[in-house]
Ligand binder design. Structure first.
Ligand code: DGL
Length: 276
């Protein structure tokens, strides 16, 4: 996207509040932009749903954001990126970036052994989207569904003994089928970046941790090269399908403690059924 140098409006979509980790990573690298975030909080989790419903829900949300004039859409939700990227791309006529390819690129940039572990939701693992993306880069991949981590993070249990124990069990199970050559772990779910310090203690030191949210932010900068995205202050509008109050309460954990209160001023309820 070069030649069109106005300050861009970037849509970020997620099944809920977790995608704020992706928004945060992007807005840090690209503050000179307007952000519209859509969290489908009434219908999360997507990570346990079938392809049909993930595709239907995320395409409707993508159209909702496209109708509000975004220049580009980031699918922050790993499950939607894994199961429905092509459906979403055909639902809108703007460029769409998912998180799987950037995550795989980031893993490829640091791995020597070409053997990776991916932690993700059940639906993302069952789709094997990460496995295929990493196979194209020469990897053998061990996918591990970690369903308990999403509710633990949403409960705010970011650094508790219970969460550490759960993460330890998932890690042991994931590495049981892997060889000792694994040198990279991809965090393939919006909620897991918040657990990165905890995972760093749990996962063997030889394994580097790759965060798809950060990788996606880098790939967005690449996509929007030609825009000066680095100097300026972001603006934010949030749309959620369930309670605005609940979103306001949960959001700061995902956006980070450095979030300014004014960031969450403009949160609106989006009623998708009423718009189609
Ligand atoms: N946003 C989802 C993902 O990144 C996690 C939460 C959910 O299951 O909806 O896969």
């Amino acid at each position: 996207m070069t030649g069109n140098l106005h300050r861009p409006t970037i849509g970020v979509f997620d099944s809920g509040v977790g995608g704020l980790t992706v928004l945060r990573a992007i807005a840090r690298l690209a503050p000179n932009a307007n952000y519209l975030f859509f969290g489908d909080t009434a219908r999360l989790p997507y990570g346990t749903k079938s392809q049909e419903f993930v595709a239907r829900y995320s395409s409707a949300a993508a159209r909702f954001l496209a109708e509000r004039g975004i220049d580009l859409l980031v699918i922050g939700c790993n499950t939607a990126s894994a199961l429905a990227l092509y459906d979403i791309k055909s639902a809108v006529s703007i460029p769409v970036i998912g998180v799987i390819e950037p995550g795989a690129d980031a893993a490829a940039a640091i791995s020597q052994s070409r053997e990776a572990v991916v932690f993700a939701t059940e639906a993302t693992c069952a789709s094997h989207a990460y496995q295929r993306a990493l196979a194209r880069r020469g990897f053998a991949t061990h996918e591990k569904a970690c369903p308990l981590l999403v509710p633990l993070v949403e409960e705010g249990w970011i650094d508790t003994p219970v969460t550490e124990q759960v993460a330890r069990i998932y890690t042991i199970e994931a590495l049981r089928t892997a060889s000792s050559n694994v040198d990279v772990l991809v965090l393939g779910c919006t909620h897991y970046p918040l657990l990165r310090p905890l995972l760093r203690r749990v996962v063997p030191q030889r394994i580097e941790i790759v965060d798809s949210a950060e990788a996606t932010a880098c790939s967005l900068l690449q996509f929007l090269r030609g825009h000066d995205l680095t100097a300026g202050a972001p603006t934010y509008k949030f749309f959620v399908t369930d309670s605005v109050e609940k979103f306001r309460k949960q959001a700061p954990v995902f956006l980070g403690l450095d979030v300014e209160l004014s960031t969450l001023e403009d949160v609106q309820r989006a009623d998708l059924d009423a718009t189609r």
